[in-house]
Ligand binder design. Structure first.
Ligand SMILES: *Cc1c(COP(=O)(O)O)cnc(C)c1O
Length: 392
């Protein structure tokens, strides 16, 4: 008999009842150190007192009105995002996939409104992940995501990541936009070299194609800048944001320049919940913490500490780990044994991490994790690796 929850997930055995900062706690009091952050979502940790207060106050006053009326919290969050980024305007959604949908629609509408409705093709790259809707699985174009769900969205051109010649050849006047994750997340924590992002920006400038950054996982302070593309010194035309922006409250956003958004006029797009008062109050409070130079400098410092300890871990377990890579507190440990075995061994030591592509375990902790918690988490991973070695 089919379970009452559609069986699309493989779940671990734990049931968490409470969260505190970087810790998740089961009913019997067992405390797991959270190196996964709910997949790069809880950037400020669990039950952050400022966020708890904002939710409680907003919940007691007004949850939802629809976008038929003005929403001051949405305006406040949009103003903060515009002030801190390349963008001139924002559309709010409930998820990352919806933010990507808005990004793709904005790009096609741009060319249609410029009198080139045939300019619809979108270049995407292998190993990427953009969500689970039909358009976003079509964009990522991996068999694992698309199998059985065809026909897919037409107009996607999926190129090998890093193949500059293929990209240059494909950038003709049918290309509406190019979509890139500055650091691939689900694909296995693969940072795109700055030179690639710069080169892509140049190609887009030469051809007019819009550059779309999917910063749903690598954005919101995760790499030590508010958004990962900032490291390369270039800006996109459109950007999808989600995950960390709501710290677990469902919220996403599509940001764009005035020119890129020029096709998006009244009635062209919408969402019932997107940007509601409750979600935007949380997003606004999250921005106050993360869009702060001192906070971001601390993320980079903690990332350095984490990286140093993980390099040590890899060096002391050469049969378990191959290498460590990533950017900021978005870190991948490439494994020599199946990554799920490492994650399961971690569960035995009460440390949580997240599987990723390329046989990687992802380390995506709260951005405000303590130095002692970084040390404790790596010590737990060390014990997990030692247990795995004993069984080899
Ligand atoms: C998680 C993720 C998405 C999809 O976000 P959802 O909120 O699950 O729809 C899209 N792109 C990237 C890079 C992601 O990491």
């Amino acid at each position: 008999m089919i379970p009452s929850i559609m069986p699309t997930y493989g779940r671990a055995k734990m049931t968490f009842e409470k969260g505190e900062g970087s810790w998740l706690i089961e009913r019997d009091g067992t405390r797991y150190l959270d190196f996964g952050g709910g997949i790069a979502v809880t950037g400020l940790g669990h039950a952050h007192p400022d966020l708890v207060r904002v939710v409680q106050e907003q919940a007691a006053s007004l949850w939802h009105t629809s976008n038929l009326y003005n929403i001051p919290a949405q305006q406040e969050l949009a103003d903060k995002l515009v002030a801190e980024t390349f963008a001139d305007t924002c559309f709010f959604t409930n998820s990352g996939a919806e933010a990507m949908e808005c990004a793709l629609k904005t790009a096609r509408k741009y060319w249609s409104s410029k009198g080139q409705p045939e300019r619809v093709n979108i270049i995407t790259f292998t190993g990427s992940f953009h969500g689970r809707t039909l358009a976003t699985i079509s964009a990522a174009a991996s068999e694992k995501l698309t199998s059985g769900f065809g026909p897919l969205l037409p107009g996607i051109i999926n190129l090998e990541t890093g193949d500059h010649d293929a990209l240059t050849a494909a950038m003709d006047d049918t290309i509406a936009a190019v979509v890139v994750e500055p650091v691939q997340g689900e694909g296995g924590i693969i940072p795109l070299p700055d030179a690639c992002l710069k080169g892509l920006r140049d190609l887009c400038d030469q051809t007019g194609a819009l550059m779309i950054c999917d910063e749903i996982q690598c954005g919101m302070g995760r790499t030590g800048k508010l958004f990962a593309h900032e490291w390369a010194g270039v800006t996109p035309d459109i950007m999808a944001v989600a995950k960390g922006i709501g710290n677990g409250f469902p919220l996403g956003a599509c940001l764009a320049t005035e020119d890129a958004a020029s096709g998006m006029t009244a009635g062209s797009h919408g969402s019932t919940y997107g940007g509601n008062p409750l979600a935007c109050s949380v997003g606004s409070a999250v921005m106050d913490h993360i869009a702060d130079e001192e906070f971001l400098a601390e993320v980079s410092r903690k990332a350095g500490l984490m990286r140093q300890k993980l390099e040590g871990l890899v060096a002391s377990h050469p049969d378990i780990f191959e290498l460590v890579r990533g950017a900021g507190l978005m870190i991948g440990l490439k494994c020599k044994v199946p990554n799920m075995d490492v994650i399961a061994a971690g569960y035995e030591q009460e440390i949580l991490s997240i599987p990723g592509g390329d046989n990687v375990i992802r380390i995506l902790p709260a951005l405000n994790i303590g130095d002692d918690e970084i040390a404790e988490g790596v010590a737990r991973l060390d014990r997990a690796a030692t247990a795995l070695e004993a069984a080899l």
